[in-house]
Design a protein around this ligand. Structure first.
Ligand code: C5P
Length: 400
């Protein structure tokens, strides 16, 4: 049996700057790729003297430059789970320390909230120089993670500290970084996702347009932070995220039972499912025939899963979604208070390109004190940002 990849779906921006050690970066990309990471590469101008975009692409990297449309640096900064610069030259370290923003790599470094790792590579005297020391101290203070450098023979013929750490050790350092960054280690999260289906007869039923994308992205983002995640999912066409326990359900009543079965093991509850508020009072055993000119169906209320979870003692940290038309904020704020939940994520469903069945979402984040509006972004990014907000608010975890 094959081992589980150690960096499954990790999104790594690899910045390569102009040191001779750049010739080792195709091997670094190959190792990252083999461990399940997704790698986008930014090459500095001088790095191109040592390694080609073609070699990096051949081993699985996507080479990015800033010639495309839009704000590539922002897109890259948001996409990244980590930025790794290897090799990082003395010049690059000085520019990072100064907050330079004059090329794609440095602007992405400034614009990201992801961890920044550097694997320095330079002559030993340059490494020990007071200017480099001061730059490194400043960067370390800003939580930049230093991987190396190693000691040994150098390309310049000298021997000492300044060799780039070997690719396999850089990969091991990243694996450790994520193990340490999993701020939700030991936290048990339950997420509901997708639509429910309320049967009327063996052939027909009532459902809605939810695809489950938001809930699945949240389950993945929680698992990425080390939470143990149970995803209670209505019928969807989505593949379950790796490492997440899935409980497949159809109706709201089944979803409620599955969630309540986890009640003793739930530190965080995220209700991202579009649960039907009503179900047909009677589920017919045989297919309904079209005999009458008009048809009246009586619906009865479904259990409100989110409200029921929020009323548990002690309650888990609860997050709900409010998909609304019309005045988003006031409706969602009232709903948050009524259901007694910690955090309400409100999104409009009457806007072009966001919400139901779209890849993007534009949300308002509402807690008891305030409302914060986020710009429209891919659901995967909204999910990661939401998980950061959950982490901030959980009493026993520290921000990643
Ligand atoms: O009241 P409304 O359906 O707009 O509330 C939406 C939020 O409540 C979502 O988080 C949804 O998952 C949750 N909900 C629920 N059970 C229901 C209805 C909604 O958990 N029966």
């Amino acid at each position: 049996m094959q081992d589980m990849p150690s960096l499954p779906g990790r999104r790594i921006v690899l910045g390569i700057t102009g040191g001779i050690a750049a010739y080792k970066t195709p091997e670094l990309v190959r190792l990252l790729h083999a461990r399940g990471a997704l790698v986008r590469v930014v090459l500095s101008h001088s790095a191109r003297q040592f390694v080609t975009a073609g070699a990096l692409a051949a081993v699985g990297a996507q080479v990015v430059d800033d010639r495309g449309p839009g704000m590539v640096h922002i897109e890259l900064a948001r996409w990244a789970d980590a930025i790794l610069i290897a090799p990082a030259t003395a010049h690059l370290l000085s520019r990072l320390a100064a907050g330079a923003a004059d090329d794609l790599l440095t602007t992405a470094c400034l614009a990201t909230e992801a961890p920044l790792c550097v694997a320095p590579a330079m002559n030993r005297v340059m490494w020990r120089h007071a200017a480099t020391r001061a730059n490194c101290a400043l960067l370390a203070e800003r939580a930049v993670v230093f991987i190396g450098p190693a000691e040994g023979p150098q390309a310049c013929g000298e021997d000492g500290p300044g060799r780039m750490t070997e690719p396999c050790e850089i990969v091991a350092a990243l694996e450790r970084l994520w193990a340490a960054h999993g701020s939700l280690q030991g936290v048990r999260a339950v997420v509901t996702a997708g639509a429910t289906y309320e049967a009327l007869d063996p052939a027909r039923g009532f459902t809605n347009r939810s695809t489950g994308k938001m809930g699945y992205a949240l389950a993945a983002a929680l698992a990425d932070q080390g939470a143990s995640v149970t995803l209670v999912s209505g019928p969807t066409a989505l593949a379950p995220p790796p490492g997440v326990r899935i409980m497949a359900v159809t109706s709201a009543a089944q979803m409620r039972d599955a969630v309540m079965a986890c009640r003793e093991e739930m530190d965080v509850f995220v209700g991202a499912a579009a649960v039907a508020d009503y179900r047909p009072q009677t589920v017919l055993a045989r297919k309904l025939k079209k005999t009458a000119d008009a048809l009246t169906i009586t619906f009865v209320r479904n259990p409100d899963i989110l409200a029921e979870v929020a009323a548990l003692t002690p309650p888990p940290f609860t997050v709900g979604f409010a998909a609304e038309t019309g005045d988003l904020e006031s409706q969602a704020r009232a709903k948050r208070a009524r259901k007694g939940i910690d955090l309400m994520v409100a999104n409009p469903i009457d806007e072009e390109g966001v919400g139901f069945a779209h890849d993007d979402n534009r949300v308002l984040l509402i807690d008891k004190d305030r409302t914060v509006a986020w710009a429209a972004a891919p659901k995967t990014e909204v999910a990661r940002a939401l998980v950061r907000e959950i982490i901030k608010r959980l009493p026993r975890t520290a921000p990643p």
